[in-house]
Design a binder for this molecule. Structure first.
Ligand code: SF4
Length: 392
């Protein structure tokens, strides 16, 4: 074993000793979220590192549905009773390429094997192309009550530069239709595009705000290895400029009534926050249906990862604790000691380095009391670095 392995082992042993190796004291009664993964897209956006493949010419929807149904049955059989579902999310890829009948079938099966809560959030990601717009109403009838629309830009040139296949007019029509059709309507927008200036970006935000949006997700354009943008040597925006755009955007959207509840996500009101994404960030249970889907599931006193529609590895208490801090600090309300203790069997401030927590608080990057720790506005601009400092 080399020195680095030794050090890692030691660090793990120390932290495990701090958090104990006991069972995770959670009941299986808690509600869970369900993620349904649709892996294909009609074309590849050159910035995207989520892309998994083009929709095959020979695509067989029936086969995919059978796959979904068998994953649903597998998870349902893990429990002696039907578990309640508070959120279902069709994501991808481009899940709006599914037929509304397929969505309906999957939701019916979930209803048979689980108990879908009356007020469950049922989301679908869609692109603004006319092919998908024409299905919005049928998706609504199938049970979708929240649409997450990949608008990305509201400028014709930038849509082209981003390699999107929809036009500005497609985006505007889809937004109008989306807001009218679904009780909850969210859009994704990409900022920090090359040469992007605040005044033109502000106009795009103003255009977006003309529609009845309940939620906005902001994505910083990053140039990831393996993407066509990376191969073309497209340069990311300078960090400082990108940060300034981000800060201006959050302040501006706040002045328009939106609240940031997670680093990249803003909601028009408290009930408009994404129940599904909060499930991830708050460390609650979710199962992933379909190939490539991930999940986290508490079972028999342990927490398991799920992968490709099946249980995978059990997380160690240390991994669980680190994950809760990593995810929980992304949200405005931060991590509560009460929940952390319930999930890991140790108090939050016995796990985190007291010295580091105090130092970061003195730098006005986070604030804490006995019950909770959360980032400040300044802390949100250095979120990834702070989280690493805290858990390493
Ligand atoms: S951004 Fe969306 S539509 Fe474009 S390639 Fe990625 S997953 Fe597909």
């Amino acid at each position: 074993m080399n020195t680095e392995d030794n050090l890692n082992k030691q660090a793990e042993a120390i932290q495990t000793a701090r958090i104990g190796d006991g069972q995770i004291p959670l009941s299986d009664e808690d509600e869970l979220a369900v993620y349904i993964h649709f892996p294909y897209c009609k074309s590849r956006c050159p910035y995207c590192d989520f892309f998994r493949g083009l929709l095959p010419k020979s695509f067989n929807e029936q086969e995919l549905i059978q796959h979904y149904l068998s994953d649903i049955a597998y998870f349902a059989d893990l429990f002696p009773h039907k578990r309640a579902v508070k959120s279902i999310f069709f994501g991808g890829g481009t899940p709006s390429l599914l037929s509304p009948q397929a969505v309906d079938l999957v939701l019916n099966e979930l209803q048979k094997k689980f108990v879908i809560a009356k007020d469950a959030e049922i989301s679908l990601e869609a692109n603004p192309n006319t092919f998908e717009q024409n299905k919005f109403l049928a998706f609504r009838h199938a049970g979708i009550n929240r649409l997450s629309l990949g608008v990305q830009a509201l400028q014709a040139d930038d849509l082209k530069k981003l390699g999107r296949t929809h036009s500005l007019s497609d985006a505007l029509t889809a937004m109008e239709l989306g807001a009218k059709t679904f009780p909850k309507f969210s859009i994704d927008l990409i900022y920090a595009r090359p040469q992007q200036q605040w005044d033109t970006w502000q106009k795009e935000i103003d255009t977006a705000l003309q529609f009845d949006l309940s939620h906005i997700s902001l994505y910083e354009l990053s140039i990831e290895e393996g993407t066509p943008f990376f191969r073309k040597n497209i340069k990311p925006m300078d960090e400082e400029q990108s940060l300034s755009l981000y800060n201006n955007t959050v302040s501006y959207l706040r002045s328009c009534g939106f609240q940031r509840y997670e680093g990249s996500n803003l909601a028009n009101s408290f009930p408009d926050q994404s129940v599904h994404n909060l499930t991830y960030w708050q460390g609650e249970d979710y199962i992933g249906i379909g190939e490539g889907a991930h999940g986290r599931l508490r079972l028999n006193g342990q927490i398991f990862t799920t992968l490709d529609g099946h249980l995978d590895e059990a997380l160690t208490p240390l991994e669980r604790a680190e994950e809760l801090v990593l995810m929980g600090l992304r949200i405005e309300e931060g991590v509560s000691d009460k929940y952390f203790y319930k999930a890991c069997g140790i108090h939050l401030f016995d796990f985190l380095s007291k010295k580091m927590t105090k130092r970061l608080a003195q730098l006005n990057l986070l604030c804490y009391d006995d019950a909770n720790i959360k980032l400040t506005d300044k802390g949100f601009t250095l979120m990834d670095e702070i989280i690493l400092e805290l858990v390493s």
